[in-house]
Design a protein around this ligand. Structure first.
Ligand SMILES: C[S@@+](CC[C@H](N)C(=O)[O-])C[C@H]1O[C@@H](n2cnc3c(N)ncnc32)[C@H](O)[C@@H]1O
Length: 207
């Protein structure tokens, strides 16, 4: 049985079913997850959207919080006090080891640009879950790097898009919403906001 110490997945399931459910009915689909922690969301994607034999999930996570903590160090809620990233990494491997062995999950413990370079344009993703470093600059960088790997009508899901809209536990430079608005401005006419749940935004790449 998989083991987890945090659950940042269940609260998003209704939104994923609503906006991504059609991907689960495809004969073959490919997903990308940036920031996989203990693999809880990774397992959900594999079970509900990528269950067909040829479907795969690519996971990227350097398991290094240094940049995010530098910004967040003056706030009372840092991720550092919530869990140890190296333990999270070990738990990811024990929770997803069988899926990595079967080729369902491909894992890169690297920074996003390095990992994507290694994929070398072989993959076109149906969706990408951007849930790594929440610095606005990192979220924007992740989205820009992922963009060419998304197939037309592929969907980017941004987590914690509500920061700064509903609540702001971190300074403005740690609001994903700043990056999402910048992306929509840069790609105006080439993307559209599909929908929003309490915490997440779904953006579709049009062309
Ligand atoms: C909020 S957690 C992910 C939660 C996970 N998606 C889930 O729902 O269970 C954030 C993750 O982002 C990773 N992360 C931090 N900086 C990153 C970066 N620069 N690139 C990719 N991932 C990063 C962390 O190691 C951590 O595992």
């Amino acid at each position: 049985m998989p083991e987890f110490t945090v659950n940042w997945t269940d609260r998003h399931v209704a939104g994923w079913e609503k906006h991504l459910g059609f991907i689960g009915r495809r004969q073959e689909a490919h997903g990308l997850e940036i920031g996989c922690l203990e693999g809880r969301s990774s397992l959900w994607f594999c079970e509900h959207l990528l269950h067909q034999p040829k479907s795969t999930l690519t996971c990227i996570d350097p398991y290094d919080y240094s940049s995010e903590l530098t910004i967040a160090q003056n706030t009372p809620r840092t991720m550092k006090v919530e869990f140890d990233v190296q333990e999270a990494c070990q738990r990811f491997h024990s929770n997803t080891g069988n899926l990595q062995e079967s080729g369902k999950i491909k894992f890169f413990q690297r920074e996003v640009p390095d990992a994507l370079r290694q994929i070398l344009w072989k993959e076109q993703f149906d969706f990408a879950y951007v849930d790594g470093c929440h610095l606005a600059s990192a979220v924007l960088s992740d989205a820009i790097h992922v963009w060419p790997y998304l197939q037309p009508h592929g969907i980017i899901i941004f987590d914690d898009a509500c920061w700064g809209v509903q609540k702001a536990p971190f300074p403005r430079e740690v609001w994903p919403s700043v990056a999402i608005e910048a992306l929509k401005t840069c790609f105006v006419g080439r993307c559209r906001e599909l929908g929003r749940t309490g915490m997440q935004v779904f953006v579709e790449k049009l062309v």
